[in-house]
Design a protein around this ligand. Structure first.
Ligand code: RB5
Length: 147
């Protein structure tokens, strides 16, 4: 599975940890930056290209990190075809995929510890959308807003 990852300065350190974790776990990783720590940078500059790559299916799923994870999820959900959520617990990391077909996991680099973040990423990447009728119906209502 090809996974995209992106972070601003608030998520820069956690991105480095998760990038290495993904490679060790056998995933192909596409890094959308930031490639160096710049305390003045802006999360849309990295998260939007990642979100667009998800929308065009250049990458299958993504991980976006800013300080809190809030800005990353707000901007990513502006891109049609992206279903992003800030995740702060294990259950939501997999249930978000199973029920809501989450394709972009957002994390707070200043909020979530490294080990918890790795567990959320693993749960997110191992999960599959169930495709149950009630979830398809709900997502259809979400997709109507994208038109
Ligand atoms: C940057 O200082 C911070 O605002 C940003 O990383 C993020 O937390 C926004 O939601």
């Amino acid at each position: 599975m090809k996974i995209g990852i992106a972070a601003d300065h608030g998520g820069y350190e956690l991105k480095k940890i998760l990038h290495a974790f993904l490679v060790t776990s056998g995933y192909e990783v596409v890094d959308f930056g930031a490639y160096e720590l710049n305390e003045q940078d802006d999360y849309p500059d990295y998260v939007v290209p990642l979100a667009q790559a998800i929308a065009t299916k250049d990458v299958e799923r993504g991980i976006a990190i800013c300080g809190s994870g809030v800005g990353a999820s707000v901007v990513a959900n502006k891109v049609s075809g992206v279903r992003a959520a800030l995740i702060n617990d294990y259950f939501s990391a997999h249930q978000g995929v199973e029920d809501d077909n989450l394709n972009l996991l957002c994390l707070g680099g200043r909020i979530t510890g490294y080990m918890a973040a790795e567990e959320y990423v693993q749960a997110f990447l191992n999960a599959k959308f169930t495709g149950l009728e009630r979830h398809m119906r709900r997502l259809q209502k979400v997709h109507l807003l994208e038109k």
